[in-house]
Design a protein around this ligand. Structure first.
Ligand code: IFM
Length: 443
């Protein structure tokens, strides 16, 4: 049986990613809390993983003991700025303690400044629908970065702006986000304002902290033509890719492409010090007369592909490699961080092979000397999964929300071995997911 190890470069960051509303609990002053109370989600974040009550300590201990050397978390705007004219210094002090806690445990902190939630008061200013939000967000960013910069120099301004705009302003199904509107034109306006907010923050952060590294966590979900021979499938795939993936290009040339036309945002050009890459799955597109509302294009997971719980994600590890290739070609020489990758698998039956095969695809990319500097698994502990509530379990550690008990999944041990080895060995694959052995170590 072949033996070996796929090693990563020295200094590679191995961490997990979380977001404030998904783990802190009792974020009562934001639009998601209200959305949950209005009955749009499967349950509520409630006390979540109780990080605000202090349980971040035990979870950071777990991460450190498991060999992780980095952690990506987000701060909650509505806690730091409970009203437009007030700052909560105690909340900032709590975040300082968390970041200090990471450093004391040998974990490099990465802080996301906006991860889907908005303070309730932002609604009075039109949320992200008007440009008025840009200086408001920048003001929050300045205050927060100034308070936290002693402990952090790796910043993600906004998580998945495309997800925010499309889920909140186009999607009407079970996975919709607040405000639950269905207006493509408005979605594009919102997206443009998120990019403007990012660009303004990028500059503000660099003024406060010249050594900062600032970027966005882009959601990359490749769309492939189902029939490669079909011009219609290829055309529709291009349209879907424009809608889902091409926004990242705005940071290359200052032009935001959308299916409704382009919007110039020149101030966004060149405003990222790394490319934040969130990858989960890949979809296929085909022409289908029954789908008039999406230009007669239907998008779906391939037949026979392995699906995660409830069919939420399809296991498409080579999409990770293809996506990284796209990033390298589009942004040559820009460092890349895989800011999220993971799967919902409550009984952990799928997670070990999902993790190993995706990290292996990342290794293929690293092996070409593409500048990939780190990987953040989603997630450390089960999180409140937005519309799906607690139905989808992404944690290396499971969580009993009522008792707050953490339950270690086998994947936590697997990931610990990967972090400590700085690579994937044949022994690990044999131990945790022998069914993937032949894929990674063909005889
Ligand atoms: O939980 C989410 C996260 O908030 C954003 N990226 C995708 C994750 C899994 O769905």
């Amino acid at each position: 049986m072949p033996q070996g190890t796929y090693h990563f470069p020295k200094g590679f960051l191995w961490g997990t990613a979380t977001a404030a509303h998904q783990v802190e609990g009792n974020n009562t002053n934001n639009n998601w809390w209200k959305w949950e109370r209005d009955g749009h989600t499967d349950g509520s974040a409630a006390v979540a993983a109780d990080w605000w009550g202090g349980r971040w300590r035990e979870d950071f201990d777990r991460a450190a003991e498991a060999g992780q050397n980095a952690h990506r978390l987000s701060v909650e705007w509505s806690r730091i700025q409970p009203t437009p004219d007030t700052w909560d210094e105690e909340a900032l002090e709590k975040y300082r303690a968390m970041l200090r806690g990471l450093k004391e445990r040998g974990l490099t902190p990465m802080v996301t400044l906006h991860h889907f939630t908005d303070p309730l008061w932002l609604g009075n200013y039109g949320s992200w629908e008007t440009e008025a939000v840009v200086p408001l967000f920048e003001k929050f960013v300045r205050k927060t970065v100034d308070a936290l910069k002693e402990y952090c120099s790796l910043w993600c301004t906004i998580n998945e702006p495309t997800g925010y705009a499309l889920n909140g302003y186009v999607t009407t199904g079970v996975d919709s986000f607040p405000p639950g509107k269905n207006n493509m034109k408005l979605a594009m306006q919102v997206h443009a304002n998120l990019i403007r907010g990012h660009a303004a923050s990028y500059r503000a952060i660099h003024l406060l902290q010249p050594e900062a590294r600032v970027g966005i966590a882009h959601q990359y979900r490749p769309m492939m033509p189902y029939h490669t021979w079909s011009p219609l499938d290829r055309l529709l795939t291009n349209a879907f890719n424009t809608t889902v993936n091409s926004f990242a290009l705005t940071l290359a040339d200052g032009v935001m492409r959308s299916p409704l036309g382009s919007i110039k945002i020149p101030e966004a050009k060149g405003t990222q010090d790394y490319f934040g890459f969130n990858y989960y799955t890949r979809e296929y597109v085909t022409f289908d007369l029954r789908h008039a509302s999406t230009l007669f294009g239907r998008h779906f997971y391939r037949k026979d592909v392995e699906l995660s719980d409830d069919g939420f994600l399809a296991m498409e590890p080579d999409g990770m490699y293809e996506g990284l290739k796209w990033v390298v070609r589009t942004f040559p020489n820009l460092p890349i961080l895989v800011t999220e990758n993971g799967v919902n698998s409550a009984d952990d039956s799928m997670r070990p092979r999902y993790t190993v095969q995706h990290i292996h695809q990342m290794w293929r990319a690293v092996n070409f000397n593409w500048p990939i500097k780190g990987y953040f698994h989603w997630s450390l502990v089960d999180n409140f999964e937005w519309s799906f509530g607690w139905k989808y379990r992404f944690g290396l550690w499971g969580l009993d929300v009522d008792t707050q008990k953490r339950i270690k999944r086998p994947s936590a041990d697997l990931y610990a071995e990967i972090c400590k080895e700085n690579g994937i060995s044949s022994e690990m694959v044999q131990k945790y997911c022998p069914e993937s052995f032949e894929k990674l170590f063909p005889s």
